[in-house]
Design a protein around this ligand. Structure first.
Ligand SMILES: [Zn+2]
Length: 255
């Protein structure tokens, strides 16, 4: 079994191709994350993902997004979780233009704790000129995790060469996804998998497989998968990364 914890579903894209490529790579389930920079864009993206999860309930899991500083953001999020059946929150601080430690996002974080859902945060570099790179700093997630020890915070695109694994390790409420960064690094550092595990002091329970694939970039399934298959880590750790940890976090009943 394979669960891809981090994919996207832009409206401009043939979702049939995405499903075919999931099949080709033996990916059972994909978490679909919305993208957008305004309330309207995000709401349209959430609605589109809802349609896809209704059409393909056995292949897709929806995550919601909201503009977290909006006064009604917590209520909006609750609607997506309770009425749409979404299983988590995706936030992209640089493109959504907020800091993860902005007190105004407090009600949204508290709502996630109340609903017991994970929050997937983009971290790392961003190439759009007007996005503030520091909002994507894992250091801010460290501070947020300390402030909200009951929030389940997922650091996306973990960088094993930076301080990221230490941040995840020291905060028991944190997880990381290996989306793209680890696969990039694997091209130049073949033992990056065991290095990541070493930096996490051997804790293989908080690493999640993700690809950032979307219907226009479905080559990312294989690209990220190959990195895991080639890791010099125990087979049981690979199984945890590929689906067991995600299933637990998403409360899925899988064999
Ligand atoms: Zn992404």
């Amino acid at each position: 079994m394979i669960i891809d914890f981090h994919t996207h579903a832009p409206q401009k894209g043939d979702f049939k191709v995405f499903l075919q490529d999931m099949d080709a790579n033996k990916i059972d389930l994909s978490v679909l994350c919305p993208l957008g920079t305004t309330v309207t864009e995000i709401s349209e993206s959430n609605d589109y993902i809802y349609e896809l999860t209704k059409q393909h309930p056995d292949r897709c899991i929806g995550f919601a997004s909201v503009m977290p500083r909006e006064p009604d953001a917590a209520k909006t999020l609750e609607h997506y979780i309770k009425d749409y059946g979404f299983k988590g929150l995706k936030l992209h601080p640089p493109i959504q233009n907020f800091s993860p430690i902005d007190p105004l996002i407090g009600p949204v974080i508290e709502k996630c704790i109340e609903l017991d859902i994970p929050i997937l945060f983009h971290t790392g570099p961003i190439y759009s000129q007007n996005s503030i790179t520091s909002f994507g700093s894992p250091f801010l997630l460290d501070e947020l995790s300390i402030r909200y020890p009951k929030a389940k915070i997922v650091l996306a695109h973990v960088d094993p060469l930076a301080g990221d694994p230490a941040i995840v390790y020291k905060n028991p409420n944190m997880f990381c996804d290996i989306t793209l960064r680890v696969a990039y690094l694997a091209q130049v550092i073949p033992n990056i998998g065991s290095f990541l595990l070493h930096q996490l002091r051997g804790d293989d329970n908080r690493i999640l497989f993700g690809t950032d694939a979307n219907p226009n970039r479905s080559w990312r399934f294989k690209y990220n998968l190959d990195a895991v298959y080639n890791m010099d880590i125990p087979e049981e750790s690979k199984q945890k990364i590929l689906y067991k940890n995600a299933a637990k976090l998403l409360k899925l009943d899988v064999a």
